[in-house]
Structure formats: C-alpha cells, structure tokens
Write a protein that binds this ligand. Structure first.
Ligand code: NAI
Length: 253
C-alpha cells in the first residue's frame, strides 16, 4: 500500500475531489484527517471510511482561518506526525466579466483559494521540515494555466496556487519536503453543478463542455484523486514544483 503508516490531512474533504482523495488515501493505508467547513458532510465521510476499516477523523476547519488551521495541523502533527497535506478546499464564482465582478466576490475567491492554500502550507511546513520529509499537494485548476473568460477572479486565484507551490517546492526541497499542484479540467462535482446551474440550459452546457474535451467527457473526482495520490506518494519521490494537468487532453488542443 502506498501510504501505509502515513497521516494525511485533506481540506474540503466533505465532497467532490477532496472526498474521493480521502477514500483513495484510506484504501492505500493512510490515516486520513478529513477537514471541511461542512461538518455533517465531513462526519459522513469519516463514518463511511471507518465502515471500510480505515483510520479516519474529522476536524472542522475553515481554511481562511489561519489560527484555526495552525491549531488543527499542530494537534494532528503532535499526535501522529504529518506526512501529507492536500490543500484542496476551493470555491468558484458566478461567471461574470472582470468589470462586473465586485471586489467582495474577488476577495472571497482569493481568501478561500489562495490564502487557504497559503495557510495550509504555512501551518504544515514547520512540522514537515522538522520531520525531514513531507508532501504537499495543492489543488489548482486548468485556470492555473489558462485565463478563462468570465472567470477572472478564479483564474487569478488558481494561477497564484501554481506559482505559490513552485516557491514552496524551491524553499522546502532542501528539508526533504516536496510540493506539487494538480490542475484538473472540468470534473463532475458539486462545484461544477453550481457552475452549470447558472447557465441558461445546464444540460446543454454540460454536453457542449464535454464535446470540447478530446475524451468527449468530463473528469471524475476519482481520476483527480489518483493524480493527487501519485504526487503524495513515494512514487513521485523526485517530482516537486510540478503542475500535473488532469484534463483529458483539453489544454493540449
Ligand atoms: P466541491 O464543491 O465538491 O468540494 C469543495 C469542498 O470544499 C466542499 O466540501 C466545501 O464545503 C469545501 N470548502 C469550501 N470552502 C471552504 C473553506 N473556506 N474551508 C474549508 N472547506 C471549504 O468541489 P470540488 O470540485 O471537489 O473542488 C475541489 C477543488 O478542486 C477546488 O479547489 C476547486 O477549485 C478545484 N477544481 C475543481 C474543478 C471542477 O471542475 N470540479 C476543476 C478544477 C479545479
């Protein structure tokens, strides 16, 4: 098993990609620390993991709250050590031109998507450096690489995630800590559902979206979780500062 005897903390793990990652990590032998602002959802994920015989626990954690992040990471690292952190929690925003996006929406997206990842790195790095090992996987997006129309705030935030991760990789590498980004294309989660629900014809929008992908479908959260697992595991022991694109080929054509 690829994460045997390892402890992994995942943010935003109550649903979607975070939940799929928690399930994947548990199947690979990790103790999984499920965190989210959705306590009911997070507790349900933990209960399901425990039913499968996994070692899992839930911590209420809003990634925008640096103090809370440090407290949760400190408690987990103090008790078990911290081998992996997946900074996955993220948010989108309704499609809008830059000039129609108000500052509060921009700041909200930056707070969750950028400061949330920053807070996770800030909290985890001292423990990982002290251990002399650790893997950080930050969840970016295709919008880390491409500027998406009517998604300026999201593109701004996800571009920042990719470059922040590179800086972390450069700084933390000498301490045995790796940092990578996974950059998913459209993936079938509640975040995507929210985006589609705001379109005039959500089903037609979904079909149009899928048609643009060489594989003619959207991604599944488990497919992103597999990429996160690779980056978190020793199979990626010489991979750091990388942005792994999981988009069914969309960005290459
Ligand atoms: P999701 O909506 O299914 O899951 C997001 C989770 O994050 C939820 O459980 C939510 O409660 C939690 N969350 C939101 N704000 C939080 C906060 N402040 N603190 C802690 N938890 C918080 O969405 P999905 O798709 O699984 O998103 C996960 C990550 O994947 C996000 O960073 C997103 O930007 C990224 N992503 C998603 C894509 C997609 O098409 N679904 C494509 C590219 C990237």
């Amino acid at each position: 098993m690829r994460l045997e005897n390892e402890t992994a903390l995942i943010t935003g793990a109550a649903s979607g990609i975070g939940r799929a990652t928690a399930e994947r990590f548990a199947a690979e032998g990790a103790r999984v620390i499920v965190t989210d602002i959705d306590s009911d959802g997070g507790e349900r994920v933990v209960a399901a993991l425990e039913d499968e015989g996994a070692d899992a626990e839930f911590h209420d954690l809003d990634v925008t709250d640096s103090e809370e992040f440090h407290a949760v990471v400190g408690a987990v690292a103090g008790e078990y050590g911290l081998d992996v952190i997946v900074n996955n929690a993220g948010t989108g925003h309704p499609s809008a031109r830059l000039e129609d996006t108000d500052e509060s929406m921009r700041d909200f997206v930056i707070d969750v998507n950028v400061k949330g990842v920053w807070n996770g790195c800030h909290a985890a790095l001292p423990h990982m450096k002290e251990q002399g090992r650790g893997a950080i996987v930050n969840v970016g997006s295709l919008a880390s690489l491409l500027g998406l129309p009517k998604q300026a705030a999201y593109s701004l935030s996800k571009g920042a995630v990719l470059n922040l991760t590179r800086a972390v990789a450069a700084e933390a590498g000498p301490y045995g800590v790796r940092a990578n980004t996974v950059c998913p294309g459209f993936t079938d989660t509640s975040l995507l559902e929210q985006y589609l629900a705001a379109q005039d014809d959500p089903e037609a929008a979904r079909e149009e979206m899928a048609a643009e992908y060489p594989l003619k479908r959207l991604g599944e959260p488990e497919e992103v979780a597999d990429a996160i697992l690779f980056l978190a595991s020793d199979e990626a022991s010489f991979v750091s500062g990388h942005g792994l694109v999981v988009d069914g080929g969309f960005s290459t054509c």
